[in-house]
Design a protein around this ligand. Structure first.
Ligand SMILES: [Zn+2]
Length: 104
């Protein structure tokens, strides 16, 4: 085995390991993003309620509207897309066919 062959094998192994790490790290990041999006939705909804209290109807409609939209958007993403790579999934698929990440 030549020196370059060994080098090439090492590099390939490192890439696959790195990809695996990215996938593992990608999953909680997506879940964190969902939690963050929900938090933003709650904040926007609270701003909308504040608009109702202050009788600022533009603020109320904008806040509650975007708040509800933000709160329900991550649920749709969860059902239809992979947690790791966001590719579309068939209904009930437990493992992503694209990246192999298990769907929880
Ligand atoms: Zn995937």
């Amino acid at each position: 085995m030549s020196e370059t062959e060994v080098q090439a094998r090492k590099v390939r192994k490192r890439i696959s390991w790195r990809e695996e790490q990215t996938m593992i790290r990608g999953m909680p990041r997506t879940q964190r993003l969902i939690v963050a999006t929900k938090f933003v939705g709650v904040v926007l909804f609270a701003i909308g309620l504040e608009g109702v209290i202050q009788q600022n109807w533009l603020l109320a409609v904008a806040g509650i509207g975007t708040g509800i939209a933000t709160l329900f958007a991550p649920i749709k993403v969860r059902v239809n897309a992979c947690l790791a790579c966001q590719s579309l999934l068939e209904k009930g698929q437990a493992i992503c066919p694209k990246c192999g990440a298990p769907q929880m």
